[in-house]
Design a protein. Structure first.
Length: 63
């Protein structure tokens, strides 16, 4: 997955927002049909961004 860091940063922000919502039980106010979609999206983003979600800036270089 090679893309610019601004796009990755936006996805990381969304992932952190979903994780925060799960911790605060914010999803209990969502409709029943929307909750599984949000959970799947959080799992997918966590799978792909787990290694880079703690980065503060773009990497110096990729090999």
């Amino acid at each position: 997955m090679l893309t610019n860091f601004q796009t990755i940063r936006k996805q990381i922000r969304g992932l952190k927002e979903l994780e925060r919502g799960q911790q605060e039980n914010a999803f209990k106010f969502y409709p029943k049909k929307r909750t599984p979609y949000v959970d799947r999206e959080r799992i997918k983003l966590d799978k792909y961004l787990a290694g880079v979600k703690e980065w503060d800036g773009p990497p110096e270089q990729f090999l």
